[in-house]
Design a protein around this ligand. Structure first.
Ligand code: TMP
Length: 221
């Protein structure tokens, strides 16, 4: 049976790395096989993206959107490390960022309709089974970024991050009914956040609660 494809999203500094690890550990403890992955990937395209994000190679928003799209296609279809292969092997894939990031970040700096088109209408970019958004405000993200890294990338300033956070919510409203998305308050201790993330995943794995038995009219007469 195919595994489940679960995406963890959030602003820079919202604790995604920790939550990906904790979720993978919890799924393994349930006896499931899990592959952890992230975007941008470690591919050559991923390297071009990182050079642009740290400002080393300046690029336009549209160039960056196109690079992310190419990286995402490879991430789906690569025969060795692709998401498709992992799922087909029965592994759950837990991915740190996916197309929701492009819709929120690149959608804030270039034509958002084109970014939707690139990502949602590409036959080689699969739709996740679940996206969990770790919601945190700018102040919380900053505290964590400064504690963990001491440097910032091009999108990591207050105005940009607030705009991206608003954009994420626009994206989620737009995808309502298309994608399964759950928002978790990430401004709490990691164990509490992890509990809510796991609850969202369990809801996916267990499916909707079974309907209450209600006999047809007249059957108990
Ligand atoms: P991270 O490795 O800390 O998650 O940072 C990756 C950066 O890449 C982050 O600033 C968000 C950005 N990004 C986009 O702008 N668009 C995308 O599609 C993805 C996957 C990431």
């Amino acid at each position: 049976m195919e595994g489940k494809f679960i995406v963890i999203e959030g602003l820079d500094g919202s604790g995604k790395t920790t939550q990906v690890r904790l979720l993978a550990e919890a799924l393994r403890a349930m006896g499931r096989q899990v592959a952890e992955t992230a975007e941008p990937t470690a591919s050559t395209t991923g390297g071009l993206i990182r050079d642009a994000l740290c400002g080393f190679t300046p690029r336009t928003g549209a160039e960056i959107a196109a690079l992310f799209m190419a990286d995402r296609v490879a991430h789906n279809v690569n025969p060795v490390w692709g998401i498709g292969r992992m799922l087909a092997q029965g592994k759950d894939v837990v991915c740190d960022r996916y197309y929701y990031s492009s819709l929120a970040y690149q959608g804030s700096v270039t034509d958002p309709e084109w970014v939707y088109e690139l990502n949602l209408h590409c036959p080689e970019i699969r739709r996740p089974d679940l996206c969990v958004f770790l919601d945190m405000d700018y102040a919380g993200c900053c505290r964590r970024m400064e504690r963990d890294r001491g440097f910032r990338e091009i999108y990591e300033n207050e105005e940009a991050l607030n705009a991206v956070r608003r954009k994420y919510f626009d994206v989620f409203r737009r995808l309502e009914g298309r994608d399964r998305i759950r928002v978790v308050d990430a401004g709490r201790p990691p164990e509490e956040v992890a509990r809510d993330v796991l609850a969202a995943v369990r809801e996916l794995l267990e499916g909707p609660a079974s309907p209450v038995f209600s006999p047809s009219p007249g059957i108990l007469d």
